[in-house]
Design a protein around this ligand. Structure first.
Ligand SMILES: Nc1nc2c(ncn2[C@@H]2O[C@H](COP(=O)(O)OP(=O)(O)OP(=O)(O)O)[C@@H](O)[C@H]2O)c(=O)[nH]1
Ligand SMILES: [Mg+2]
Length: 484
């Protein structure tokens, strides 16, 4: 076999019984959700040869992980190595002789041990819900004989009954330098980082290279968070400023039926555009986090976005009543006037409608009633020169709209962070989940309220943007530290 390990780069082979989740562990650790690159499958024996996966930063390979075929005859292989070695405890040389011995038997064992004799460390994956039988003990023994740095990973399948984790841990403790849990279907960034840091504890020769790699991984994660914050900021700005309009002859406006038909069409167009903005933002967040099987929607051409017509959306997401009243005071509540200004002077149409809505919202703040769950879209008639007038539909008048939008993105962002790349099922980013904005610290709410207000007025406050960006970065950091 050609060299799969090089002295210059720390290397670790992921080994274990067939179907233990070796490939899934690696796929999650390296964020690879593509079966063409790392095959994860319920059929045992899917990985048939060693495959190196290089972690590269700035064009330089920092660490290498090697996926391997599973042990298939560990007890027989152990006996054969012992026979080849003769008296005493077999060593790396005995294993080398075992690999080089002619014949077709022990193909899987020979292939999986090759990277170890070439110098790779060991990541031994077991599922502790399985009974601890002799064949597992044989695997542990062979790996111990290699003398390579060894980390055991308990990859327990959620809900799997049985097994004696303590017995596993005690046995693994005797044969491995370190034992850690790593759930290939649930591990998030903190667990991935912890696993990388564990490598530092077992590997002596490449400490500096591994320390530098961990630093790069952390800094890349920070960059991603900033990119995500930027995407969310851009989305909020575009969404809050979004307005759609159509121009119709004055004679048509006089007809209530014609006008309401036109308003309905405009409202539909507004919601479609809003969904498009949201879809774009989610696609960017999914891209930043390298997901292909987690999707914004089953059918991208029919993406509907956050369900603004569902009462659940308005109760689970957004601020509470008192918080909202405070936010409205800060925001200035002058959205109606701003639309007037932005659209060049409204007459009885939008101005009046907006005024009424603002009044409605005020009444609601004072009363003890539930939040306004309706989806009123601001709209109105704009007088323009000539015989034509414009009908404009803008953001829903519900003062919780910006907060609901933000919560919608944050809830999905958390789902993005929670999704492990080792899974191979397609998942849709559904909208359920409790929002985050309600538990924001007061100053963050105040800052966002001010900025939201400016965006709703059609004139985003650029001076506030750096602070808004930092607040979003902070929010996403809290989001990613949160347990599932
Ligand atoms: N529920 C759950 N399933 C898992 C987990 N890890 C792996 N699996 C599933 O177990 C099956 C085997 O996973 P693989 O990663 O292909 O296992 P492997 O050890 O690489 O198998 P071979 O390459 O065939 O030796 C797949 O169907 C995985 O989706 C886990 O943490 N939780
Ligand atoms: Mg595999």
């Amino acid at each position: 076999m050609n060299a799969i390990v090089s002295d210059a780069v720390p290397a670790f082979a992921v080994v274990g019984r067939v179907n233990m989740g070796k490939s899934a562990v690696l796929a999650t650790l390296l964020e690879i959700d593509d079966n063409e690159l790392i095959r994860v499958s319920p059929t045992p024996g899917e990985t048939t040869r060693c495959q190196a996966h290089r972690v590269v930063f700035g064009g330089r390979e920092c660490v290498r992980f090697i996926d391997t075929p599973g042990f298939s005859q560990p007890v027989e292989a152990m006996r054969e190595i012992q026979r080849l070695h003769g008296e005493g405890t077999p060593d790396l040389e005995a294993i080398r002789r075992f690999i080089r011995a002619p014949g077709d038997s022990f193909g899987d064992e020979k292939r999986l041990l090759e990277p170890l004799v070439q110098g790779a460390g060991v990541l031994y994956v077991v599922d502790p819900s399985k009974p601890l039988r002799d064949d597992f003990l044989a695997e542990m023994e062979i790996l111990r004989w290699t003398g390579r740095p060894r980390l055991a990973l308990l990859n327990r399948r959620e809900g799997a009954p049985g097994g004696d984790e303590e017995a596993w841990k005690s046995r693994l403790g005797g044969a491995f330098n370190l034992t850690r849990s790593f759930d290939a279907h649930r591990a998030r960034f903190p667990e991935r980082l912890r696993l990388l840091k564990s490598l530092l504890e077992i590997e002596e020769t490449h400490r500096d290279a591994l320390t530098a790699t961990i630093r790069l991984v952390e800094s890349e994660w920070h960059t991603r968070r900033e990119e995500a914050a930027e995407a969310i900021l851009g989305f909020l700005e575009d969404a809050l400023m979004l307005r759609v309009s159509s121009t119709l002859p004055e004679k048509d406006l006089a007809l209530p039926s014609r006008r309401s038909r036109e308003s309905e069409a405009l409202a539909a167009r507004y919601l479609a555009k809003l969904a498009e903005l949201e879809q774009k933002c989610l696609a960017r967040l999914l891209g930043i986090h390298r997901h292909h099987l987690l999707k914004a929607d089953a059918d991208p051409s029919a993406y509907h976005g956050i369900d603004l017509e569902s009462a659940e959306t308005w109760t689970k997401w957004g601020l509470g009543r008192t918080q909202l009243a405070a936010a409205a005071t800060i925001a200035g509540g002058a959205a109606g006037l701003a639309v007037d200004a932005a659209t060049g002077g409204l007459t009885h149409g939008a101005g009046a409608v907006l005024g009424a809505l603002t009044g409605g919202a005020a009444a609601w703040f004072k009363g003890g009633s539930l939040p306004d769950l309706s989806l009123d879209l601001r709209g109105g008639v704009k007088l323009s020169a000539g015989d034509h007038k414009s009908l404009i539909v803008g953001p829903p008048s519900n003062p919780n709209f910006p907060w609901v939008l933000l919560d919608g993105v944050l809830v999905r962002y958390q789902k993005i962070l929670n999704r492990a790349h080792g899974r191979r099922d397609v998942e849709i980013l559904a909208g359920a989940g409790t929002g985050f904005t309600r538990s924001f610290p007061g100053p963050r709410r105040a800052l966002l309220a001010k900025w939201f207000g400016s965006c709703l007025k059609g004139a985003p406050n650029r001076a506030l943007e750096p602070d808004v960006f930092s607040a979003l970065v902070e929010t996403l950091a809290e989001n990613s530290a949160e347990a599932t």
